[in-house]
Design a protein around this ligand. Sequence first.
Ligand code: ZN
Ligand code: MN
Length: 139
Amino acid sequence: MDVTQETLYLLKEKGIRVTPQRQAILEYLKHVDTHPNAEEIYAHIRTKFAGISLGTIYNSLNMLCDKGLIQELAYGDTFSRFDGNPMPHDHIVCDVCRKVVDYHGPLLDNLLDLAQQESGFAIKGYRLELHGVCPACQN
Ligand code: ZN
Ligand code: MN
């Protein structure tokens, strides 16, 4: 299944009315691994749909988040970024250029079990954010 078919399928499966704009947003987020913010998504989508507003972008992003097709990465003091991969995974943020990259590692496998045992909580999730200086910014 190519990305266009996949996004069409996902939208229909979640009962979302398919519009070319919504599909383009989801497709864009599935294509990139840069975790763009709403302004960046807007800049890209606007090249295909000249009349689209930033408000429509925000509404679509909220809906796609609510339906679990994408995830929002909120960074407190600054704008949110969006991730086309809704599955839990960790991120590393560059302190210099603010780039956000995926980190798929075994970091927390045991820690979650341990936290559950020690706290008595039924742990449902966690949020981990690594930060540092990316390879490009080290030069
Ligand atoms: Zn950097
Ligand atoms: Mn990610």
